[in-house]
Design a protein around this ligand. Structure first.
Ligand code: BTN
Length: 335
């Protein structure tokens, strides 16, 4: 059996009492020295681990905002989301990394997490500023068995999961700007970039990657590039509290797994529509639809079971807006 730091850390984290060195050796089939080495490594990383003779080890405290593969893995409660995890202190962008792992056959639920991205990507060819220590950047691989035209709903499932997790962890109200921006106090805290890969025959999905960027611990608006300073914010700025990134990521993955399984059962959003709409900013309010074929205004009336935005036009007609090149604005700015 392969044993690494995450396994031992998980064991310590989940035990209320002391765990004896012998228990760890027996469970993982490794020597006392191997266990001792891992415990020392963890101590060096800032974990406070008490060792008491004849009783064993006990995790007393974890270092603040520790963000590493072992820390994230040891906190997961999911069955499949994030169970296969790649962590980088720095990478270009987690989306192409995740695609590469998916191409190589890595399983449904594989995630790539980075502390920093040097070529972070946003939607519509934009970049996504990704400095170290401030944010969550991760991409999850899913392997749906449904038809490609249903894949765009994964973005909405992801957005709902992030909004729910943010609310749970920070107590802030998180809203969704259809289809997939998360907004707190009318400013963007999260963006999602979903990409799909098809089989060579182009009739089936090979995999989908959903890349999520959450602005967590920026201290002030000056920490954002000038061009997004007016419209972006971080959870720390809005809540006044430092956010434990591993804890928030764990909650996002837990919510995502539950929501995704729910969605995959029916292959539509019927089970999630109500929750999604409860988070929808501009619900029953005037919106402007920036369609390359022509702009128009109307009242947003929620989403369909397949994720289109329902807009009631001024003449009373209902239009379904498909995600893609269209973008939605409030009448007076970003939301
Ligand atoms: C947007 O434009 O709103 C989408 C932003 C998506 C950013 C995330 S961060 C993790 C993943 N890697 C990337 O390069 N982009 C996505």
């Amino acid at each position: 059996m392969k044993t690494d730091k995450s396994d031992i850390l998980t064991w310590l984290r989940n035990s209320e009492d002391y765990v004896s060195g012998q228990q760890l050796c027996d469970h993982f089939g490794v020597s006392r020295t191997a266990v001792w080495k891992v415990i020392n490594q963890l101590k060096e990383e800032g974990y406070r681990i008490e060792s008491v003779s004849r009783k064993g080890y006990r995790l007393v405290e974890s270092p603040a905002d520790v963000y590493s593969a072992s820390e994230i893995a040891s906190r997961l409660h999911t069955e499949w989301a994030g169970r296969n995890l790649h962590f980088y202190a720095s990478t270009g962008s987690t989306n192409p990394d995740a695609k590469r792992f998916a191409e190589e056959g890595e399983p449904h639920g594989t995630i790539v997490v980075a502390d920093r991205q040097t070529a972070g990507r946003g939607r519509r060819g934009r970049s996504w500023a990704s400095p170290a220590g401030t944010s969550i950047y991760f991409t999850i691989v899913v392997r749906p068995v449904f038809a490609p035209d249903k894949a765009s709903m994964i973005t909405l499932v992801t957005a709902l999961s992030v909004a729910q997790a943010i609310e749970e962890v920070t107590g802030l109200r998180a809203q969704i700007k259809w289809p997939n921006d998360i907004v707190v106090h009318k400013k963007k805290v999260c963006g999602i970039l979903t990409e799909m890969s098809m089989t060579p025959e182009m009739d089936e999905i090979q995999f989908v990657v959903a890349g999520v960027g959450v602005n967590t611990n920026h201290d002030s608006p000056e920490d954002f590039p000038e061009e997004i300073r007016e419209t972006a914010t971080s959870l720390k700025i809005e809540s006044g509290k430092q956010i434990d990134r591993a804890g928030l990521l764990e909650r996002i993955l837990a919510r995502f797994e539950k929501n995704y399984d729910f969605f995959a059962e029916t292959e539509d959003l019927s089970g999630l529509q109500e929750a999604y709409q409860a988070h929808l900013i501009n619900m029953d309010a005037q919106v402007m639809i920036l369609d390359p074929a022509g702009e128009y205004t109307g009242i947003s009336r929620g989403i369909t079971k397949t994720g289109e935005l329902i807009v009631e036009r001024d003449n009373g007609e209902q239009t379904l807006v498909y995600a893609g090149e269209v973008s939605v604005r409030g009448l007076y700015g970003y939301v």
